[in-house]
Design a protein around this ligand. Structure first.
Ligand code: BV8
Length: 260
């Protein structure tokens, strides 16, 4: 999709932010569920629909829920996988991929750190993506903790691991589980070394992801927030662009590189 033809919602982009992005050497972006909202993927704070309206995501995304009712948890993720498979990257995802391309072309380093498990950043063309919370398109053994690509057809839900017989589960990080060590280390390094850190579409509640913008701030980065509503980061951000990421991000890329 050519961002140049995107309908522009005029969100004022501060000139000094535009200039700092043009001269930045290391940029890090943290995204949350809000970036996928305009692709039709509900955020964790939105009420769920249909069969799942009776559940709170935070009650389902836990090892205890899987222990107690593995079938319900497996079916919730199957429903989300189908929803994501039908979703398309939105202009916000595409703008982040364009931002990475433009910065890399100028010899700058770009890291996209995401809390999202929907894989939409990669489908939009983003290359250097750090998935803090896993990816719901991948399945792993609940005992051996290794990814399982395929398993024999079965009526059992969840299916058993073809190697050891334990239950299969989605390869995501549940509440109370440690984040993948390499991903968290890469995200912390990107935050600590960034000139500019942009937090987009996240309520800034879930740790340890929520601490990344503050770490960037402590290391002297220009921290910018793009979100339709205030978060704990808002008072400390150098710039706050209030609006939907599907509109603000294309505006930002066009303002920084009007020539495309
Ligand atoms: C851990 C995968 C330790 C599953 C998810 C302090 C330090 C460490 C841990 C903790 C701590 N305090 C509390 C904890 C525990 C816990 C936690 O943070 N709890 C919260 C609820 C207080 N953290 C953990 O359990 C983490 N694990 O720390 O383990 C440990 C160490 C060693 C050994 C053992 C254990 C694990 C956290 C990961 C949980 N898994 N996802 C799945 O997806 O099913 S988190 C999940 O919820 C999402 O991935 C996402 O990260 C989070 C929801 O946050 P957001 O992305 O921000 O989404 P949200 O809905 O909240 O907000 C959306 C935003 O978008 C809003 O602001 C809205 O305004 C905005 N928006 C809406 N529309 C748009 C928009 N923005 C832009 N454009 C729009 N159009």
């Amino acid at each position: 999709m050519n961002l140049q033809r995107m309908p522009l919602v005029l969100i004022p982009i501060p000139p000094d932010f535009i200039n700092s992005l043009r001269s930045a050497r290391r940029v890090a972006v943290l995204t949350g569920a809000g970036v996928s909202a305009e692709s039709g993927v509900p955020t964790f704070r939105e009420a769920q629909t249909g069969l799942w309206a009776q559940f709170e995501p935070t009650d389902l995304a836990t090892p205890q829920a899987f222990e107690r009712d593995p079938q319900t948890v497996w079916e919730w993720y199957a429903w989300r996988r189908e929803l994501v498979a039908r979703a398309e990257p939105n202009p916000g995802h595409l703008a982040l991929a364009a931002l990475e391309t433009s910065l890399n072309r100028r010899g700058a380093h770009f890291t996209l750190i995401t809390q999202n498990v929907d894989g939409l950043h990669q489908r939009a063309g983003s290359q250097n993506v750090v998935e803090l919370h896993g990816n719901l398109s991948q399945t792993k053994c609940s005992r051996e903790d290794r990814v399982v690509e395929s398993w024999p057809p079965t009526r059992r839900v969840p299916p058993p691991c073809p190697h050891c017989g334990a239950l299969l589960r989605p390869d995501v990080v549940w509440f109370g589980e440690a984040l993948p060590r390499e991903a968290l280390a890469a995200a912390e390094r990107a935050a600590n070394e960034s000139d500019i850190f942009i937090s987009v579409g996240t309520s800034g509640v879930v740790e340890p992801a929520a601490s990344l913008p503050f770490a960037a701030l402590e290391h002297g980065a220009i921290v910018v927030e793009i979100n339709p509503e205030a978060t704990p980061l808002t008072p400390l951000a150098a710039h706050v662009l209030t609006g939907p990421s599907g509109a603000v991000l294309p505006d930002l890329v066009k303002a920084v590189w009007p020539e495309g």
